[in-house]
Design a binder for this molecule. Structure first.
Ligand code: HEC
Ligand code: HEC
Length: 218
């Protein structure tokens, strides 16, 4: 069976049997280290660069940086857009254009191989508040909300081998705010075990803005 027809079968399965859905999703949703070819991925990523930037550093704050993000995370998110587990009119349409899973692995490996995303400091006072939340959590959730537990030092990821927890340090501020608000409102629900929903629901909008200010400066 070709990969293209594999995806067609998967889609039919999704539409016909809800029960099989989760199992199929887990198989499709994982990418192991070394499965993607960053050199082949560079050319394949040209259609993504228009929004995500030539070197994975986007210039429009609505589009996230992909530079230095975990390959496995890029792969999972793009599949989630394809499967409708994460919704965005623009990005869902783009994700649908990569129908070959090896192409997607190559593109993901390419972005992961680039120099890791880096931000520029903004409002220092606000960032200081955000840093406190990042390191120690808040009143409502205590240290459960301490982002560093899952996103690591400076938001650069917990562990080189663990693509479950994305790089968020140096990411665009507006994009971070939107994701946290989407997790809070339930507009985005593709986080494993609702980890981010719990965190975001325990945050005020002011805290969301402060922590995003901090992260986008790293
Ligand atoms: C026309 C603009 C556009 C193009 C082209 C585009 N994207 Fe996106 N992408 C977006 C937007 C907008 C978002 C943010 C959606 C949101 O707010 O949830 C996004 C988000 C993403 C994310 C999630 C990143 C994260 O940190 O969670 C990934 C991964 C991604 N895109 C991969 C790709 C790939 C791979 C391609 C090429 C096949 C591509 N995109 C092409 C607009 C685009
Ligand atoms: C218990 C672990 C955990 C904690 C604590 C946590 N996160 Fe997350 N976070 C995750 C996971 C897992 C994901 C990936 C969700 C997915 O796969 O779609 C994520 C995703 C995100 C994203 C989306 C990134 C992207 O580009 O798609 C943002 C933004 C984020 N977290 C911010 C935060 C902030 C800010 C805090 C602290 C206030 C925090 N997280 C605390 C586990 C955690």
């Amino acid at each position: 069976m070709t990969k293209r027809s594999g995806i067609a079968v998967l889609l039919i399965t999704l539409m016909s049997a809800g029960g099989v859905y989760a199992a199929e999703k887990n198989i499709a949703g994982s990418m192991r280290d070394g499965e993607g070819d960053p050199v082949a991925g560079k050319e394949k990523a040209e259609m993504c660069g228009g929004c995500h930037g030539a070197e994975g550093m986007s210039v429009d704050p609505a589009f996230p940086h992909l530079a230095g993000q975990y390959a496995g995370y890029i792969y999972k998110q793009t599949l989630d857009f394809q499967l409708g587990n994460r919704g965005d009119d623009t990005m869902s349409a783009m994700a649908g254009m990569v129908s070959d899973s090896q192409d997607l692995k190559d593109i993901s490996a390419y972005y992961a191989s680039l120099k890791m995303m880096k931000g520029a400091p903004g409002d220092a006072k606000l960032a200081k508040k955000g840093e406190k939340l990042y390191l120690s959590g808040n009143k409502k959730l205590g240290d459960f909300a301490a982002c560093i537990r899952c996103h690591g030092e400076q938001g650069k990821g917990l562990d080189k081998k663990n693509a479950l927890f994305p790089v968020i340090g140096g990411q665009s501020r507006d994009y971070l705010i939107k994701q946290l608000k989407d997790f809070k409102s339930g507009a985005r629900t593709n986080d494993p075990a609702s980890m981010m929903a719990v965190v975001a629901q325990g945050m005020t909008d002011e805290e969301i803005i402060a922590v995003s200010e901090y992260l986008s400066g790293l």
